[in-house]
Design a protein around this ligand. Sequence first.
Ligand SMILES: [Zn+2]
Length: 373
Amino acid sequence: MQKHLAFFLSLIFVFGSIAGCLGSDDDSNSDKEGDITEETGNEPDNSTIEPDVSPYAIICPDGTNGTLEWGVETCAEPDIFKTADVSNETVNLTLEWYNIAATEWGNYGPVEIYVIGDDLDAAKDLEDVYCERHKALDANWNEEWDCANENYQIFTRYVDEGGAAISTFKRTYLEYDFMMMIMSAKYPGPEEDDYKPVTLHEYFHIFQHSQISDECSGDSRDACERDPKMGGKDKPWFAEGGAEFMAQSLYSTQDGVGENYLREVMQRKLEMSQEGYNSQDEELDQLGYDSEVNVYDVGSWFIAYLIHNEGESAFIDGFYGDLDELGFETAFENNFNKTKDEYLAEFYTFFSQPAEDVMALFPEHSDTEEQTE
Ligand SMILES: [Zn+2]
């Protein structure tokens, strides 16, 4: 809460001077409450009520007033932490690709990025930093189970296992909501090109989670509305397919990335998954993380197919714009004009075609002029 208090105090201080500035620019509009209602979106009718400063008010990096609240686009930069053995170069690389994603899909927060190296003790030290930080930020933070322990190796497991992840802390018992992004030194490591699309992939999860306002209990055995909105509890097809396809798609448009990059990535995913998927009976939306067929690969193809048919805006703005209010199934049907099951059935027909016909979604760059619409 200390951080909020600091923001709150500085907001009061800055607000006075900004209100003065606005007043001198346009005297007819110098009413202080008017300025506040504009900022917070309150009804003008409420202008007789004393303005209350939002607990989410912050000062932006450029000195202007902003908001840092779950689900609301923000000017805030993520807080980034690293283990002692991670270089500043890796931190800068991570931020560079984080910002490319945030520019594309909207900057959401609060986000804390933790970059883990390959030194176990350094990872333990960072777990202590994390624990102290959240004890200070949130009176309800429970040191016993929210900080690292025998069964909850927050950062140390990444020293061995590598990889990257997003965790959400939108919980009924917590005061301070945030998302945690963990990047590590392997699978992929920062020296690999794959580190870049993986950073974009993780950010797309931040975008997804930011569109969902429900809170969880913190006990994974309890049902939580966040799960069906992500596509189903432990059912990664939609969330992972979306993050993977959107990340590779965005990466393919960056400077220095080959013209046929996306086609090649999708070709590889097809080769890895098509035969295996088509020769089994499990529905795509029922596959788990540990299924024999790689649900990321088939999921990416489903999202590619969906976006090919409906357009990216129907997915990003339409579906994700409606998701929180309408829930997964209705948001799906309203924006893609079929039920989820109808769309899946159509996708299975598409995906059972010969590979070259499936690949027609991604024409080769050299002859795109003839082939694309
Ligand atoms: Zn993912």
